[in-house]
Design a protein around this ligand. Structure first.
Ligand SMILES: Nc1nc2c(c(=O)[nH]1)N[C@H]1C(S)=C(S)[C@@H](COP(=O)(O)OP(=O)(O)OC[C@H]3O[C@@H](n4cnc5c(N)ncnc54)[C@H](O)[C@@H]3O)O[C@H]1N2
Ligand code: MOO
Length: 471
């Protein structure tokens, strides 16, 4: 308990770990769907993919040059080139059966083109005269500019061994091989393999659709003129960006006014496209804390309706009833920033909802600690959390010669201060800005969170601290 008010209300204080556990126990991975490859990027594969056709599907050239019988080049040298008769071209995309390379013959061949029957090696064009009768060639003349290049004679200046510059059928992957295991995250290389084996789509867990909604009658949208008492809505942008960064498909709903009915109606409108709802603001103890008002009053007013809901059909439920099916637990966390939090479900599909505090740093830190892991859990990712490292705590940049006072933290609270991190053999972290949860300027220069655990009230410079890397 951090205050007498909390003791008086009987509300218990949750630890960061308890709140996170509660969220991660409730949030489930989304049902898999078939997605086109580019839509599946960053998603977790849920099927084992086997290779239907060998890669490469046929023996082909790894160089632009001449397909030859290696034996014909055995004694070739610059002084005494092997002279071969050019019988035509084999370009990438040709079937590879139009020409047969007999003894003393060569076919011009392009990178990726099938090795024609009779040939067993490729001589790069640079090892030949390119059919010019002069010294070593640098390139081949373009076919369109010089169709005669596919005929005549070519002088080969260096011998090749059988299979030289030939990529063997199945040399990459064989039919029946496991291409990718279930659980693989599809990055560009995995998408390369899936497309190379002819798969247009893959069965994956989709990205969650996250609706980010800010609240507050004081909020104006960037670009608008600020009226007296107004500030710009930065949370909905910060959280939408963070949700996108975490892997979600994001719908940002800017600034709902501090009116419970308007908020309920807005949430109802958004439910249709939400796998997860995130609100910011309105969860503290003020008279205009609209999220708490809109969702608490519902929970408290309709206990009987809630009890019966599992058995009841949900069809025909009107908009208001749908939103009224909210079970949001508003709680106090032993952390700073981010003390007031809410978590629960809402609507007929019991869509998870996280209600974050309104102070900009509080909402961002809360997102990093609670929403990001929830999004990643819904995606079926194994790695839910930001990396945590240890680093030496140094004074802020520009602190001067005199050592500043040590960092302090309220007893019983886990504090997350913003910092700049330098990796390497001896990792270091320096605070940036103060502990105020309104300090967006400093947040924009931070790349780490310095964690001062509940038991720590003072952190000396030069000591070791835990650091969350924000990436
Ligand atoms: N008497 C008490 N007052 C407060 C307490 C408390 O325990 N007792 N807790 C404080 C803490 S800690 C926090 S955090 C905030 C949380 O308040 P709310 O979640 O209700 O947020 P608001 O009151 O709506 O806003 C707080 C602050 O943040 C600004 N804000 C809100 N939304 C945005 C936005 N989208 N973009 C930019 N800035 C935003 C808002 O203007 C306020 O300045 O409560 C403390 N109070
Ligand atoms: O907990 Mo509030 O989030 O400190 O500013």
């Amino acid at each position: 308990m951090s205050s007498t008010t909390e003791q008086a209300t009987g509300a218990r204080t949750w630890s960061v770990a308890e709140h996170l556990d509660d969220i991660l126990t409730a949030v489930q991975p989304l049902e898999p769907i078939e997605l086109n490859l580019l839509d599946a990027q960053g998603c977790v594969l849920v099927e084992q993919v086997t290779v239907p056709v060998a890669l490469p599907p046929f023996d082909n050239s790894s160089m632009d040059g001449y397909a030859v019988r290696a034996a014909d080049t055995e004694r070739a040298s610059e002084a005494s080139p092997a002279v071969l008769t050019v019988i035509g071209d084999v370009a990438a995309g040709s079937s590879g059966t139009e020409l047969t390379v007999g003894p003393g013959r060569a076919a011009r061949i392009m990178t990726g083109a099938p090795l024609p029957p009779g040939a067993d090696a490729v001589v790069p064009v640079e090892w030949t005269d390119g059919g010019t009768g002069a010294g070593p060639a640098r390139t081949m003349a373009p076919h369109s500019a010089s169709p005669q290049g596919s005929g005549g004679q070519v002088r080969v200046h260096r011998p090749v061994t059988p299979h030289a510059h030939v990529r063997a059928r199945g040399g990459d992957v064989c039919a029946g091989d496991v291409a990718l295991e279930a659980g693989t995250v599809l990055g560009p290389p995995q998408i390369a393999l899936l497309s190379a084996i002819g798969r247009p789509a893959a069965r994956v867990r989709p990205r969650p659709r996250v609706v980010v909604l800010s609240t507050g009658s004081e909020l104006a949208q960037p670009g608008e003129e600020l009226a007296a008492g107004q500030i710009y809505d930065s949370n909905s942008f910060a959280l939408a960006a963070a949700a996108k960064d975490a892997g979600a498909i994001v719908y940002r709903v800017g600034a709902v006014t501090d009116d419970a009915e308007t908020l309920r109606a807005t949430i109802e409108d958004q439910l249709i496209r939400a796998d997860l709802l995130v609100t910011t603001g309105g969860v503290s103890v003020g008279a205009y804390d609209v999220v708490k008002e809109a969702l608490t009053s519902v929970t408290e007013e309709e206990p009987e309706a809630r009890e019966g809901e599992a058995a009841e059909g949900e069809e025909g439920e009107d908009a208001e009833q749908a939103v009224h099916r909210a079970h949001v637990d508003f709680r106090t966390l032993a952390m700073q920033p981010g003390k007031p939090q809410g978590f629960g479900t809402i609507g007929p599909d019991r869509t998870p909802i996280l209600t974050l505090p309104g102070n900009p740093v509080s909402s961002y830190v809360s997102f990093e600690l609670f929403v990001r892991p929830a999004i990643r859990a819904m995606m079926g990712l194994a790695d839910l959390h930001r990396p945590v490292v240890r680093a030496t705590l140094l004074p802020p940049h520009g602190a001067g010669d005199e050592e500043p006072a040590p960092l302090t933290s309220p007893e019983g609270k886990r504090q997350f201060l913003r910092g700049t991190y330098t990796g390497g053999e001896r990792p270091e972290v320096r605070p940036v800005g103060g502990s105020g949860s309104h300090l967006i300027g400093a947040l924009a220069h931070a790349d780490a969170l310095i964690v001062l655990p509940e038991t720590v009230t003072k952190a000396a410079w030069g000591g070791e601290v835990e650091v969350v890397l924000l990436g």
